[in-house]
Design a protein around this ligand. Structure first.
Ligand code: ZN
Length: 67
């Protein structure tokens, strides 16, 4: 799955990450994010309550770059 998304806020490139179930795209310029979780709402409850969780998951290599 390749997907070049642009940030809806600043039109910069968003970087996609996946753990095979969830997909998230992050804009490192303005910090916005979007994603799909295959109806796992807990994942986005977690992210919405603390967006820094995304960066922690990337750092821990639980989320891997899509490209
Ligand atoms: Zn942005």
């Amino acid at each position: 799955m390749t997907d070049n998304r642009k940030c809806s806020n600043c039109s910069k490139k968003m970087y996609g990450y996946t753990d095979d179930v969830h997909h998230v795209w992050i804009c490192y310029v303005c910090g916005s994010y979007s994603g799909q979780s295959n109806s796992d709402m807990l994942f986005f409850d977690l992210i919405n309550s603390d967006p820094l969780v995304i960066f922690q998951l990337v750092h821990d290599k639980i989320l891997k770059p899509i490209e």
